[in-house]
Write a protein that binds this ligand. Sequence first.
Ligand code: SF4
Length: 579
Amino acid sequence: SDSSQAGFSPEQQQYLQGFYAGCEAIRSSNGLPTFAATLGISSGSAPADNCPADARSAHSAAQDQALAAGKKLTPEEQAKRTKDPFQMWDEIAANASAGKFPKGTDIFLYKYHGLFFVAPAQDSFMCRLRFAGGMTNSHQLRGVADLAEQFGGGYVDATTRSNLQIREIKAEHALEIINGLIDLGIVSRGSGADNIRNITATPTAGIDPLELYDVRPLCREMHHYILQHPEMYGLPRKFNIAFDGGGTISALADTNDIGFFAVRVPDGRSQPAGVYFRLELGGITGHGDFARDAGVLLKAEQCIPVAAAILKVFLREGDRTDRKKARLKYVLERFGHAGFLAEVERLLLQPLVKMPVSDCEPRVVPNPLAHFGAHPQRQAGLNYVGVVFPVGRIQVDQLRGLAAIAQRYGSGTIRLTVWQNLLISDIPTANLPAVEEAIRQLGLTTSVTNVRAGLVACTGNAGCRFAASNTKLHAKQVAEYLEQRLELDQPVNIHLTGCHHSCAQHYIGDIGLLATKVSRGEEMVEGYHVFVGGGYGNNREIGRQIATSIPAAEIPPLLERLLLTFLGNRAGDEETFRE
Ligand code: SF4
C-alpha cells in the first residue's frame, strides 16, 4: 500500500508485493521477526537492480563499459576477466601437490581464497581468516592454533580488522589450511583481493552496559549476505564495513567504506524517538579521509539491504582502470553524496529517511582502556577480560591456553578487536582472580602501560612485501624505550604502518609512523615519516606530518622528546595529546 502512495509503477508494485511476501515467508519460517511492510526494503537482494548475479558477469559488465570508453583495464581487472578465481580449486590443488606457489597475476587471484603468497618477505603463504564482528570461540581458536602449529609458523597474528592471520604456510600445505578452516566453521573466502573484508564491530556487542544496540546479528547477516551473493565478489577494489553499537569501545566505523553506528533519537524530532543507525560513507584513512555522515537515518533492519545497494552501485561505478582511484571514496567524489544516495535509492525503490546527525544524541565517548583488563558486563555478575597481544602476535600455546580459559571460566566466547587484542567474556566475578592468574601463567597480561594501550603495528617487512620497515620490531623497541623513561597518565595511541596501504592507520594515531627507506651516507636504512594529532570517532582528525625520513633508531628518542614536551606544556592533566 505504501509503494502505491510512493508513486511506483504498477509493475514495480507487483514486483514489490511478491518480493515482500517471499521475504516475510522465509523470515517467518526461520522464526525471525518479519520486516515492517512500510520499510519498502528487505533482506536479500535489492529489487530490480539489473545487477548480474555472479562475480564474473558483474566484473565483465563494468569492464566492458570501461573498454567501450577506450580505457585500459588494470592488470588485476584483466586477471579477473581472464580467469574466475573461484574456478581455480583444481589448479590450486595441483600446485599444492607439486609444492608450487602461484606466479604472475595468479598471486592476486589466490587472495580470493584468503591465500597470500608473501615473497620476498617470506617464501610462504599467509592465510587471512574471517570472523563476523570478530566473534569466535574456544573450539575455533584451538583449531586455528593446531593449524598454525602443524602447517604454519607456530604463531598467529591479530589484525586491525578483528581478524587472525596464519603465516609461514608452505606451498604444499595450502589446501590443508583452507580445508582445516572449513572443518572449524571458519571461512577465508574473499578475505583478500578486491573483496569485502572481515566485517568489524564493537567487540563488546551484547555485553556492554552502555551500548545502544547489539550489532552481532547485523554482522552475521552481512557476513552471510556476502558469502551467499556471488556478485559481491565482483568489486573493483577492497571494501570495508563496520557496525558500531554505540558503546564503550569504538569499532572505528568512520575508517570504513561503510560505517553504521547506533544513535539515539530523542523526543521531538521528525522521526519517533528510539535507537537507529547513522550511515557513514567513504572512509579510507590511508588516503587521508574519514567516512562522512550521509545524512540518513536507518532502522536496524534496513542496514543490510542498504549496504547491498551501496555495494551494487560501487560494483557498477567503481574505477576499473586505475587502482588508486578504485575505492568508494572516488565514486562518492564523482557523484557527490546526494547523487550517490539517489543511485542507492533507485536500487532500493524507496527514498531513505533524511535527518541531520545533529538531531541525534551524541555518541558515548569511548574509553580507550576498556579493551584491557576486567570490566563488568550488562549481565549482572559477569565480566569480560581484555588480554594484550604484544604488537598483535601470539604463540599457538598461548592461543590454546586462552581458549581453555574461555571454556573453563567463561562461556567459551572470544571477541577479537580492531586494536589487535581479544576479550574473553561471560566470566563470573568470583573467577576473575583465577582468570588473571591463568593468563599470567601463559606469559600474557591484561594490563598495559599507557604507551602500550594504543600501540598498533601492521605486519611490517618481516611478513609483508610492501613494507619499508620492520614495524612490529620497532613498535616493541619504542614501547620498551619509552616505558623506561617516562610515565604517561593517559593513553597515547602510537600506530606504525609499513606502507601507504596504512593497515595500522597511522593517520588516526596520536602519533603515526609511516615506514620509508632513509638514506644514510651510502646506505638505505629503515625509517619513518612522523605524524601527530590524528584521532577517530568524536575526535576524528587526520594526523599532520611533522618529520620526514627519520631513521628507525632515532624514532624512540624523538618520541620521548615529543611526549615530554606534551607532559611539560599541557594546560592541565585533562588535556589530551591530540588537543
Ligand atoms: Fe603490508 Fe603495507 Fe599493510 Fe603494512 S600497511 S601490512 S606493509 S600492506
